[in-house]
Design a protein around this ligand. Sequence first.
Ligand SMILES: [Zn+2]
Length: 218
Amino acid sequence: MNTLSHHLTDETLQDYSAGVLNAPMETLIACHLTLCPSCRQRSQLADAIGGLSLGDEDAVAMKASASDILSLDKTTAQIDTTPPPIEMQLQGVPKPLARLLPGPMTELPWKSFGPGMKQFNLGSQPRKEGAFKLLSLDPGSRMSKHTHQHRELTFIVSGSYSDELGQFKAGDIADLSADHHHRPHVDSDVPCISLIATDAPVIFDGLFGKMVQPFVGI
Ligand SMILES: [Zn+2]
């Protein structure tokens, strides 16, 4: 049974369809799509709308209202509850992520950045282009309240956390942009492992600073 409750926004799905997102974000979105029939359906609709000829006035009008159409579809679409193929559920790690890992999640060369907090960097891109990494936060970990000036996507691999937007569990995606102020805390009894992709370094560094601050006194 699909119990996902946090999904990709219409804007992100349209950008994904247009191919304007960086590779880490595309990977993260693919992870959610393997597990979410609803977003898969909306993504296909975004592809269809984006594929219309821009030379046709009707097409332009339709493209302009793509967001409305996607929103409508989100509420009226018949949801396919077919479970994802078993290989995509191996160890709870979706295939688009699993193929990037050098080994099982428990054997990765994690680097600690505070008590109960560790990270594994997946990104090789210049820092100015954003971050792409796994975070593992122990139960009870709490981040300082923060916001985002650019897009930040977080895919929950295992465990869960809660913030002002609700509870985020394995398979859910937090699709955050500016105007989101939140203070996540891990509320599962196992570590919360999440995959994070950003498109600008300042925001992520700020978040890290605030997360580490209470523990190292900087
Ligand atoms: Zn979804």
